[in-house]
Design a protein around this ligand. Structure first.
Ligand SMILES: NC(=O)c1ccc[n+]([C@@H]2O[C@H](COP(=O)([O-])OP(=O)(O)OC[C@H]3O[C@@H](n4cnc5c(N)ncnc54)[C@H](O)[C@@H]3O)[C@@H](O)[C@H]2O)c1
Length: 309
């Protein structure tokens, strides 16, 4: 199993670390345009193997020869936000970067399953699929796993319980039209509505939508990467090990929830072939309406992206 991480910045390097440390891949290839950066990080990561007790080798490279024949590719190349920026402000710059990565990956790893994380996420996922020409099933984006983790953690903090006692789900876009789904959330098995007030839940939903910006504002340079890399690594493990786990991912829709022909955050079953199935859950009317609104917002932006890349 060969896994490539494109982009050796904060997100890419921590993802390479998490994937290598999980020790199911033969090799993780880390690439970047900055000379020496992926090679230095690879050296450092490999030297942690005797301490951490895993064997997966990390290779650093500045070209795509080392990535050839990858089974899975994670695309983290691109600019992160600065304080005050929206993810959409990254559109033009990152479209150029993700477009060039898609051409290289299509040429060198034509059978890969691809997880895009570069922002704006839904648009960059669509762009990668279009430029690579890969089947939709093999190109997905990571956002829902991260947004769900933020939602769960905020619920746990407010309810005063362990984050492990909370189950929840976040769908929609990775942006203003994110759709946290309180109706399906539970705390220690109890419906969220029985544990927190409607006002508390509304505040947490909004704080979840603003979760990325909250970190960006504090860091002042760059955006979050610990939870984001955990989210991508979970998806990659599920694909690599063909687990059939269901998780929220940015996937191509074909009529589910009344939405078609757009990349959107939906629950999906992941396996070795990529997105095996988009799952339709029972949402409230309001949640469903919000999800459809998110789909239309992403669709109109994706039309802009069609001229980029
Ligand atoms: N989907 C999510 O949930 C989520 C969460 C956090 C960050 N992000 C996004 O992930 C991306 C990366 O974030 P980061 O914190 O790692 O940023 P970063 O600036 O630390 O790293 C980005 C890296 O990409 C490299 N790069 C630029 N062009 C490249 C190219 N053509 N080929 C290969 N590498 C290239 C840069 O040299 C840099 O090392 C950003 O777009 C950010 O907005 C997404």
């Amino acid at each position: 199993m060969k896994i490539t991480v494109v982009g050796a910045g904060k997100y890419g390097s921590t993802t390479a670390q998490r994937v290598a440390q999980a020790d199911y891949a033969d090799e993780v290839v880390l690439t970047d345009i900055i000379e020496g950066l992926p090679q230095g990080l690879a050296l450092d990561l490999n030297q942690s193997r005797p301490l951490e007790g895993y064997e997966t080798k990390v290779t650093g490279a500045n070209d795509y020869a080392a990535t050839a024949g990858s089974d899975i590719v994670i695309v983290t190349a691109g600019k992160p936000r600065k304080p005050g920026m929206s993810r959409m402000d990254l559109l033009k710059d990152n479209a150029e970067i993700v477009g060039s990565v898609a051409r290289e990956i299509a040429a060198t790893s034509p059978e890969a399953v691809v997880v895009v994380v570069s922002n704006p996420l839904d648009e960059m996922t669509a762009l990668f699929q279009r430029v690579s020409g890969f089947p939709h099933q093999r190109v997905m984006g990571q956002a829902g796993m991260l947004d769900t983790a933020r939602f769960c953690d905020k619920i746990a903090e407010r309810a005063g319980v362990s984050p492990l006692a909370v189950e929840a789900l976040t769908l929609g876009s990775h942006g203003d039209t994110m759709v946290p789904v309180p109706s399906l959330a539970t705390v220690a098995g109890k419906p969220l509505q029985e544990v927190l007030s409607a006002g508390d839940i509304e505040e947490i939903v909004q704080a979840t939508r603003d979760g990325g910006a909250e970190v960006v504002a504090l860091l002042k340079a760059g955006s979050a990467y610990y939870a984001p890399s955990s989210a991508a690594a979970k998806m990659v493990a599920s694909i690599a090990k063909d687990t059939g786990d269901r998780m929220p991912v940015c996937a191509w829709t074909t009529g589910e929830y009344g939405v078609s022909d757009v990349y959107l955050g939906v629950p999906a079953v992941l396996g070795r072939a990529g997105v095996l199935q988009v799952v339709e859950l029972d949402l409230t009317e309001e949640e469903l309406a919000n999800l459809r609104e998110a789909a239309e917002a992403v669709r109109s932006k994706q039309a802009d992206v069609d001229s980029l890349g």
